[in-house]
Design a protein around this ligand. Sequence first.
Ligand code: ZN
Ligand code: MN
Length: 476
Amino acid sequence: MTNKYYPTIGLEIHAELKTETKMFCACRNNPDEEKPNTNICPVCMAHPGALPVLNKKAIENVIKVGLAVDGTIADFTEFDRKNYFYPDIPKGYQISQYKYPIVSGGHLAGMDITRVHLEEDTANNKHDRGDFSLIDFNRSGVPLMELVTEAHTFDNSEDTAKGAMKFAKELQLILWYLGVSEANMEKGEMRLEPNVSVSIDPKKLNTKVEIKNINSFRSAERAIKYEIERMITLIEEGKGSEIVQETRGWDEAKQKTFSQRKKEGSADYRYFPEPDLPKLKLHEAFDLEKMKKELPELPEAKRARYKTDFGIKDEDIEIFINDPVLGAWFEEVAKILKDKEKVKTASNYITTDYLGIKKSKTEALLPSAKNFTELINLVTENKISSRVAKDILAMIVVSDESPMKIATEKNLLQSNDTGALKEIAQKIVDANPKVVADYKAGKEQAIMSLVGQIMKETKGSANPAVTKQLLIDLLK
Ligand code: ZN
Ligand code: MN
């Protein structure tokens, strides 16, 4: 490669909002409805003369997002008709917002936000029935938030793909924390449309291409990288003019982007204000200051708090941030334990051992904070070995019993009683003359085999360090 290339990326993200009813009618907004054309009415079926009625909750949800990303909430806002023809939008237009979006500006995860507006989702085309297509109107008229970012220039294709995903994942977290969207990518509740361009001059933007049909963060990352590298190759080969403004699809099977259609300009949509909906004065209709104050703690603030309050590893913090239920439970645990070192140990047991058990044992549940902290106290105070702690953890995620009770009943409490341990050690030494001979001949590692046997004999209740020292003394 001879030149330095600057990839630029912008993101368009759609998210279906979680509301009881649809955007302009009283039909249920149920993303899990399996029976097609169940939640429908003349409004969301686009019958002539049916009139839309605004859903205040949907607007409130978009305002919350705006407040969370430090955007400016418009005073005046209105809806517009975006005209285009497609079977999934039989009105011939989508009700969207053009000139006056609910939110302008804002920033998140190192990228600037242009706007966040509200529109309606379309119906769903099903092309999997052979010679004909079917349309399901359950999704038609579901409130849909659209967020658009400013173009951001990164250093290379790798950073671009990673940076864009960091933004998208952080937005997904915010939507979850605010409770405004399930934002499940696989279910199409959150849809990512990155647009990328590549330039040799960092101050000059080149022709951009939009990528569609992405259904996971992984695919998005790959699609972005692929597209940037495709453009660089074209420029390198002197075929830069072949880069045209278009929409490209992502082919998951081939791991490639492919040309879908040449992109329309906004003029083609002949936007105009929707005459059937009222204009809105958001600063009058909503108490924005109160809404701002009532926002829940957001991921970034929570990260900072976990860092200062608990001093745990960044990887652990990320696990708790991404699983708020687990995070809340960990906070309960930390509150009981108080001691910082114990809290760190607890965090380790949760993120490695508990989550590890959960992967293989689907019936595993979080034990009560009381029982879990009892376990942490036992292991940090050396009353049980870490081996035994892991075994007891595997039990209490099923039965949620007292670890102290289990340890006592099963005789797993670490014997600081060296007398009893000495007896067992002697027995093991006597039974293993060859290992003892190896050790005495200078093979120091041989002693570990004896430690292992003693651990087994004591069902793990012996402290390994104490046991090893005891053997060393015994074999002198
Ligand atoms: Zn309806
Ligand atoms: Mn849109």
